[in-house]
Write a protein that binds this ligand. Structure first.
Ligand code: C5P
Length: 241
């Protein structure tokens, strides 16, 4: 059982390294894992990962690798060398891509004496609708849940540790994957908070009850006047289950 405090991942969606440092300091001792996505990583490179590590945080490197298997395997090797706690690939890159990445990460971790990061697969982005899935991407699954189940099973068969999926699909993933298969879910808002541009949301308590292991929250914490207080309230909500 993961303690409530360790279930919260804060999205470090920041425009400057200074802002990242301010948040890491403000949340020290309270939040253990920070998500670094495409924007801060493109702006600041691996330096931003170092900053989080030096401030005592663990890192979820959210770069959603999606390329030919060899390239993703080599990217996975480098993510492993960065010492991150978690990183992800896109499940639509296929079974071979996911498996090669997993194998490269295992091999690198073992050879270089590094703790192997948990590797997650993004199932379907929450911005994708059923209509876009069928008519733009050309996948003929009858529902989002059916497609997410198919992709989550594939990720599990490839050896990955879990998936990133919307709160609406947690139950579907749990139907096809074992309890130790991780589910990380964004699109979560504390009770009564602003929705920002998130549409299909859930509150932390419901997401955990439905079977999520970790929740990712950005703006309600990083834009709060008192980020530590905002994080504390969310953790309290999860402890209350
Ligand atoms: O600010 P907010 O709480 O909406 O941030 C959520 C974080 O999770 C952002 O970094 C966003 O890119 C990410 N994310 C998401 N939906 C997904 C995948 C990732 O909101 N399906």
């Amino acid at each position: 059982m993961i303690p409530a405090k360790e279930r919260l991942i804060v999205a470090l969606d920041v425009d400057s390294k200074k802002e990242a440092e301010r948040l890491l300091d403000a949340l020290k001792g309270l939040v253990k894992i920070f998500k670094i996505g495409a924007q801060p990583f493109t702006a600041f490179g691996p330096k931003i990962v170092d900053i989080a590590h030096k401030k005592g945080g663990k890192v979820f490197l959210d770069l959603k690798y999606h390329d030919i298997p060899d390239t993703v395997a080599r990217a996975g090797r480098e993510a492993t060398r960065l010492g991150v706690f978690m990183f992800n690939v896109h499940s639509l890159g296929g079974m071979e891509m996911m498996r090669k990445c997993y194998e490269a990460s295992c091999e690198t971790a073992e050879k270089e004496g590094i703790q192997r990061p948990k590797i997650l697969a993004v199932t379907l982005l929450t911005s994708i609708t059923l209509e876009a899935l069928q008519n733009e991407i050309g996948i003929k699954s009858k529902s989002m849940e059916d497609e997410v189940k198919r992709l989550a099973s594939m990720a599990s068969d490839a050896g990955l540790d879990g998936v990133v999926s919307s709160p609406q699909e947690i139950t579907a993933v749990r139907e096809v994957c074992s309890r130790d298969f991780l589910i990380v879910t964004p699109g979560v808002r504390p009770a009564g908070a602003q929705m920002d541009d998130q549409k299909r949301i859930s509150v932390p308590k419901e997401a955990i009850k439905a079977g999520a292991d970790y929740i990712v929250i950005g703006r309600p914490i990083i834009k709060a006047d008192d980020p530590a207080k905002a994080a504390e309230e969310i953790i309290k909500e999860m402890e209350d289950i």
